[in-house]
Write a new protein. Structure first.
Length: 107
């Protein structure tokens, strides 16, 4: 979805299509965060509160940045944010709980 949005913006495609992609990404992140937090809760992850705080902060920033894109066509900030979410949160922050969750699953 992020790559499709990037392609669409680079090719100056219709804003309606881009808005639908942004909505889809937003829905995906909501489900992703909820599912993750539920799993962390079930496994008694000790850092759940701070991880949940990261999700809340990302959700607030995402909402603001989406609005800036819709209102002012600020696609640079939007794409930078999505890249940062992917590279920093998913590939770094989320990796911190993997061993804890794996232990929970296998015991
Ligand atoms: Fe996360």
């Amino acid at each position: 979805m992020i790559n499709t949005l990037h392609f669409s913006i680079c090719n100056k495609q219709d804003h309606t299509f881009q808005k639908s992609l942004i909505d889809a990404i937003e829905n995906y992140t909501k489900i992703h965060f909820q599912t993750e937090e539920h799993l962390l809760e079930k496994s008694n992850y000790p850092e759940l509160a701070s991880h949940r705080k990261l999700h809340d902060e990302l959700a607030i920033r995402r909402e603001h940045i989406n609005k800036e894109f819709i209102d002012h066509d600020d696609y640079v900030t939007l794409l930078q944010f999505l890249k940062e979410w992917w590279t920093n949160h998913i590939n770094k922050d989320d990796m911190e709980y993997v061993s804890h969750v794996m232990e929970y699953i296998h015991n």
